[in-house]
Structure formats: structure tokens, C-alpha cells
Ligand binder design. Structure first.
Ligand code: ADP
Ligand code: MG
Ligand code: ZN
Length: 480
């Protein structure tokens, strides 16, 4: 019997706010332990939380980016459990009235478009972080109370790779929207992986097994690559799977059971009495909707469609948004947007990387790239010389035409001059000349290269080719 996997993800993302969720402490990674704390985020008695408005906006914005609806009424609840990294002994979250519901996320997968439904996106708070030393343990509350958004997917994912691609697409959207930096190294994205298997064709879902607290996308993929075959193996050998929670042991490369359903927590959720329910006004929603950006995938498709770019170039302009914007500022006037993209990606980006500079430091105006392309297309300079002109443009900021004039780089289209170079090249390379005459047409390129060298790159290559060919063929007739 064939089995298939069913996967749903609960993704936790730290929001990009200046301050924490309920107090004014900085939301900042990497400060010395317990320096961003106050009575509110330390859970001292008698304090009152004030909801961070920007966190609410970013959650609503995420809802819009993920095609969700934003309910007119959302509220916060207390999720009660005891753990040393959580000073209040409850976490404030949104239980049954989340900020965003029923959306979807689309991403490229297996050469087509995958759509995963989003159940909800809700707002909660992060907890502190425990550290274990040789003889004692410590807890850092800098992270306690940092705004944390949870995005829950429907069980629409069917493989480890698909889950991995979903997470990457989600991350791209959140980074694009300015919702979160999604810096994995800093633990800004964490994920609970729910996975079950069932006989292919069966509509009923199998027992849900949850792998908790994954902190890397590749970890999620590896854990699923282990867990799916494990579950199938249990069923195939006549065993039974029960709803349970497991953890991923990365060094060992296995999942292991933590608890089964009968030992599941009872969180005793109840409405947070210290916070008003949240009812967004039209004006508030309008303000949030103005922050909606073009999604990465939409941008990629638009670049391919409007500028006839190959997918790889379009993807480069999605990942490097400022570079893409730079390209767009000249692409509309470009006769060949692809040529402009080549200059921007292969030359401009390379030079910036090499010199450790950014677009803000570029000395020439963007249309100079079009001017340069034009010089090549009109036969004024060779593409070889264009490289030198670009280097000069980049270091001095002068216009390409000016550089060509100043340095005397204009292409030689004067036939007499090229004839002379061709004669020299043939005379100096009797071997390749004979090869060409014997039918090895590739030898012409070598000779052409020699002509370019003799002319210091200035001979019009097309003309050089024609003249060389004519001379070599004439030589055949006269036996020279
Ligand atoms: P809980 O209330 O225990 O967190 P939910 O039903 O809300 O469980 O689901 C949590 C996540 O698990 C969601 O992403 C959902 O898509 C996924 N999920 C639910 N049932 C299954 C299943 N049988 N197999 C795989 N994933 C599932
Ligand atoms: Mg869960
Ligand atoms: Zn605080």
C-alpha cells in the first residue's frame, strides 16, 4: 500500500518593532542579559500591559499579505502554564479571536504554483531564554514580551521539500513587507511541525504528530525526511500511531517522543482581563492597507513578463530589491531590457561587491548604462572595450561617451586600417590560417582575436571577421 504525508506548520515570527509587546523595553537582540527588562515584562505584581500598536498593525499587514480576512473583533487570552523562562506563568496570546483568518500563500513548487491555505495569524508574546551552565542555570528575560506572531497553515503540505519551500516563501514575504527581519541566527523564526501519514486516497487524516520548536528551515526538512518514513514504517509493520509530541535531535538525526495526548497540557485559557478587545476602525485598516507591498512572487512574474527577463535574473531582482528598483528605473527606456539587466547584474553588482559599496555610492546616473549599451549597439565601441568603459564609469562617474572620446576608445571601422591588422594577423599565424583554409572554421575566431589584440580592442569585430574571411578565401584561390 502507498502512503502519503500530510503536514501543517505553526510558524512563530518575532515582529520588527522598536519596543516590546506590552511595555517600552527595547525589542533588541544581543544586549547583555536582563538589560531590556522592566516590571511589566518581568511579570511583577500590579502592573498593567499596554498593547503595542505597531505589533497589531504588522499582524494585520501580514493578514493582508497572506490574503486573509481581518475580523472586526479580536481579543487576547491568557494561556496558563509554568515554565522558568515565563515570569508571569501565563503567556498572553489570541485564542479564539485572532487578528487574521482564512487566507492563503502561493509559491513556486515543482514548476507550478502551490497554494497553501492559511488558517490564521495571531499575536502573542515571546518568552525569556534559559541558559544552562556547569553548576547552575540562568534566565535572560530580554526576549520576554517581544511581540511574536504565529501563522498557522492548513494541513496542505505533502512533503519535506514542499514544507521547506513554503517556509522560504513565507519568510520572503515577511521580510519584504517589513514585518520581521526573519533572522534565523537570532532565533526570529521558529516552527512547530505537524505531520501525519495516511494511505493514499484516504480522505480522513492520520494521527497528528507534532515536532516542537524547530529553529531552522533545513532542520524542518531533515526532521520530516526522518519522521515521514518512520510513521509509514510503523503503519506498514502493523503498528498504530497516536497523537503525540516529539522533538528533533539534530546531532543524532532522529525524532523522539516527548509526550502523548493523555499527558497534554491543559492551558486553562481565559480572556485577558487587563486588555480591551481589539476592534480596528476603517481608518486604522486603511492605514495598514497602505503598507501592502507587491509580493515577491508577483514581482518576479512581472519582471519576467514586462522585461522578458529569464527567471534567474528576475529572481535576483526579487532578492535584491534595491538592485531591481535600479534596473526598473532604466528598463522602461531600454531597447533591450535583457542587456540592461546583464550590465546591472554582471557588472554593476560585481563592482559594488568588489569595492564594498552600495547603490547610493554609484557615481554615474542610471541612464549611463543605456548610453553604454547604445555605444555597443551602434558599433561605436566593441563589447570588450565597453567593459573598460564601465570600469572607468564606475570609478570616475563620467559619461560613457565622454570616456570613449577622452581615451580614444572608439571602434575602428576604417576598412583600410582593419585590412592592415588582418594582413598582419594572417602573416603572423600561418598555422591557423592554413587550418581555416582546410575547413576548420573555428580558426577564424582565433585570427579575429589576434586582430582585436593588434588593434587594442578597437577594431570593429564584425568587420574584422568579414575582411579576414575574404582575405583567407582569396588566398585559397591564388594558393597563397
Ligand atoms: P492544535 O489545536 O493541537 O494546535 P490544530 O488542529 O489547531 O491543533 O492544528 C495545528 C496544526 O496542525 C495546523 O497547522 C494544522 O494544519 C495541522 N494539523 C492538524 N491536523 C493534522 C494532521 N492530522 N496531520 C498533519 N497536520 C495536521
Ligand atoms: Mg499546536
Ligand atoms: Zn519591559
Amino acid at each position: 500500500m502507498d502512503y502519503e504525508a500530510v503536514i501543517g506548520l505553526e510558524t512563530h515570527v518575532q515582529l520588527k518593532t522598536k519596543s516590546k509587546m506590552w511595555c517600552g523595553c527595547a525589542n533588541e537582540f544581543g544586549a547583555p542579559p536582563n538589560t531590556h527588562v522592566c516590571p511589566v515584562c518581568l511579570g511583577l505584581p500590579g502592573v498593567l500591559p499596554v498593547a503595542n500598536e505597531e505589533a497589531l498593525r504588522l499582524t494585520a499587514l501580514t493578514g493582508l499579505l497572506l490574503n486573509c480576512s481581518l475580523p472586526p473583533y479580536a481579543k487576547f487570552d491568557r494561556k496558563n502554564y509554568f515554565y522558568p523562562d515565563m515570569p508571569k506563568n501565563y503567556q498572553v496570546t489570541q485564542y479564539d479571536k485572532p487578528s487574521a483568518v482564512t487566507g492563503y500563500l502561493e509559491f513556486e513548487f515543482n514548476d507550478s504554483l502551490a497554494r497553501v491555505r492559511i488558517t490564521r495569524a495571531h499575536l502573542e508574546e515571546d518568552v525569556g531564554k534559559n541558559f544552562h551552565f556547569d553548576r547552575n542555570s540562568g534566565v535572560d528575560f530580554n526576549r520576554a514580551g517581544v511581540p511574536l506572531m504565529e501563522i498557522v497553515s492548513e494541513p496542505d503540505l505533502t512533503s519535506a521539500v514542499m514544507a521547506y519551500e513554503y517556509l522560504n516563501a513565507l519568510k520572503d514575504i515577511l521580510v519584504y513587507g517589513g514585518v520581521s527581519d526573519c533572522d534565523m541566527e537570532k532565533g526570529m523564526v521558529r516552527c512547530d511541525v505537524n505531520v501525519s501519514v495516511r494511505p493514499k486516497g484516504q480522505s480522513e487524516l492520520g494521527a497528528k504528530i507534532e515536532i516542537k520548536n524547530m529553529n531552522s528551515f533545513s532542520g524542518v526538512r531533515k526532521a520530516l525526511d526522518y519522521e515521514i518514513p518512520r510513521q509509514i514504517e510503523v503503519l506498514k509493520s502493523g503498528g498504530k500511531l497516536i497523537q503525540s509530541t516529539r522533538r528533533w535531535d539534530d546531532p543524532a538525526g532522529i525524532t523522539e517522543e516527548m509526550r502523548t495526548k493523555e499527558f497534554a497540557h491543559d492551558y486553562r485559557y481565559f480572556p485577558e482581563p487587563d486588555l480591551m478587545p481589539f476592534q480596528p476602525t476603517e481608518a486604522w485598516l486603511e492605514e495598514v492597507s497602505r503598507r501592502v507591498i507587491e509580493l515577491p512572487l508577483a514581482r518576479k512574474r512581472r519582471f519576467i513578463r514586462d522585461y522578458q527577463l529569464p527567471a534567474a535574473d528576475a529572481q535576483t531582482f526579487v532578492w535584491d530589491r534595491p538592485l531591481g528598483d535600479y534596473f526598473e528605473s532604466i528598463a522602461k527606456q531600454a531597447k533591450s531590457p535583457k542587456a540592461a539587466a546583464n550590465w546591472v547584474i554582471n557588472n554593476l553588482r560585481a563592482k559594488m561587491t568588489e569595492s564594498g559599496t552600495t547603490l547610493a555610492d554609484v557615481k554615474f546616473q542610471p541612464p549611463a548604462i543605456l548610453e553604454l549599451i547604445e555605444l555597443v549597439e551602434n558599433g561605436k565601441i566593441s563589447s570588450r572595450i565597453a567593459q573598460d568603459v564601465f570600469t572607468e564609469m564606475f570609478s570616475a562617474g563620467e559619461s560613457p561617451a565622454k570616456i570613449v572620446e577622452k581615451k580614444g576608445l572608439a571602434q575602428v571601422s576604417d576598412t583600410a586600417a582593419i585590412e592592415k591588422f588582418c594582413d598582419e594577423a594572417i602573416a603572423a599565424n600561418p598555422g591557423p590560417a592554413a587550418d581555416f583554409r582546410a575547413g576548420k572554421t573555428a580558426a577564424l575566431n582565433f585570427l579575429k582575436g589576434q586582430v582585436m589584440k593588434l588593434s587594442k580592442g578597437k577594431a570593429n569585430p564584425a568587420l574584422a571577421g568579414e575582411i579576414l574571411e575574404r582575405k583567407l578565401k582569396a588566398g585559397m584561390e591564388t594558393g597563397n
